[in-house]
Design a protein around this ligand. Structure first.
Ligand SMILES: *Cc1c(COP(=O)(O)O)cnc(C)c1O
Length: 372
């Protein structure tokens, strides 16, 4: 039995009539940039995520860059962040001229260890940039307490967490900005690149709108140096159709994760099996962008699954502080032991909404065989 990591074609087929109609409508209107389609999509996403304003941009990476600029983060500033994430998080900090400062992660939730933040705060620290990794929110209470006490900005990288909640508060409810990515394989994926910044601050929202359009405040009036970073109307139209199914898809991902937990529960409790299941903070409504197990013979497990036509992926094979691009920051092996250990052991299994019970049973039976 073949088990792919995602099945975007199956998802398209289930929505084909609606998506085809929505794209034709945009092409007929010939309004490809800005306009009603983008405006109404921004309002819908902001509402879903508990934020006042949504500003569509060209990608999740741009959402981070524009957030940092709008929050006044730049040359000489330090931004405290996690080393265990996709490269865009650190890259955005470096691109605006600021210095990423890493704290180690909590090996249970894979999110940054909020207890380690305070002793990294210096007079240069300007912002905290946590990531809601794999669909589970980082601890907002601790982050906001620290931000309030030290006068820091908070930018939440929620590229993997649209629809997640913590203590019933959605991702966009807190922080200066919250950023989303609509990369095709994200929980809400476009048919190309796209992203959005959420905020509850009108001044930040207006700055972001200006930044995404060359720093203009009205046509031909450039108040600042900006970017060319817009969300296409075609993508907005496709995403609007898909948004109606998001909570359903997130529920299915959660059900898939529950079934994995149930079927792997017995091996996970045996130390000799080496299998560690993903940890879950009960305050969180986790939307399982990834279902990520750990094993001390991870590469062998991945090869074994591959032999039996099951796809899996390593998110992420190397923490940011050990990457060549960031060698100038001066970190070395052993500086952040938890993330270094975890990145050698993680393996993400298929958890997408189109997965069947039979496929999950097949994957878990293979894992039972592997650890036996
Ligand atoms: C996908 C992702 C991004 C970047 O989003 P793009 O739309 O690909 O630019 C940033 N941060 C995290 C955590 C991501 O997963």
């Amino acid at each position: 039995m073949k088990v792919p990591l995602a099945d975007l074609r199956a998802q398209y087929r289930s929505l084909k009539a609606e998506i085809d109609a929505a794209t034709v409508e945009v092409i007929e209107s010939s309004c490809f940039i800005d306009g009603d389609m983008v405006d109404s999509f921004e309002i819908e996403v902001a509402h879903l995520c508990g934020a006042e304003y949504g500003v569509g941009v060209a990608s999740g990476t741009d959402a981070l860059v524009l957030s940092l600029v709008a929050c006044g983060v730049g040359n000489g500033d330090e931004v405290i962040t996690t080393p265990f994430t996709f490269g865009a998080t650190t890259e955005a900090i470096a691109l605006v001229g600021a210095t990423p400062v890493y704290v180690d992660i909590d090996a249970c939730t894979f999110n940054l260890d909020t207890n380690s933040i305070e002793n990294k705060i210096t007079s240069k620290t300007k912002a905290l940039l946590p990531v809601d990794l794999f669909g589970q929110m980082a601890d907002r209470t601790v982050l906001h307490d620290l931000a309030a006490r030290y006068g820091l900005r908070v930018i939440n990288d929620s590229a993997q967490a649209i629809g997640a909640r913590q203590n019933d508060r959605p991702i966009g409810a807190d922080g200066d900005t919250t950023t989303l990515s609509f990369y095709p394989t994200k929980n809400l994926g476009a048919y190309g690149d796209g992203g959005m910044v959420l905020t509850n601050d009108l001044t930040i929202a207006e700055t972001l709108r200006s930044l995404r359009g060359h720093g203009q405040t009205s046509y031909g009036i450039h108040e600042r140096i900006g970017y060319c970073s817009r969300l296409d109307s075609l993508q907005a139209a496709i995403l609007k159709v898909k948004l109606r199914h998001l909570s359903d898809w997130n529920e299915r991902r959660r059900a898939n994760a529950d079934l994995y937990n149930k079927l792997l529960g017995d091996v996970a409790t045996k130390d000799s099996s080496g299998i560690v299941l993903p940890g879950y903070d009960r305050a969180n409504y986790h939307i399982y962008h990834q279902y990520t197990v750990r094993h001390n013979r991870r590469n062998e497990l991945q090869a074994f699954l591959k032999q039996h036509e099951v796809d899996s992926k390593i998110f992420y094979p190397m923490p940011m502080h050990l990457q060549t691009a960031y060698a100038y920051l001066g970190y070395g092996k052993g500086d952040l032991p938890e993330v270094e250990k975890v990145s050698d052991e993680v393996l993400s299994l298929p958890v997408h909404p189109e997965l069947t019970v039979e496929q999950i049973e097949y994957v878990t039976s293979l894992i039972h065989k592997f650890v036996a």
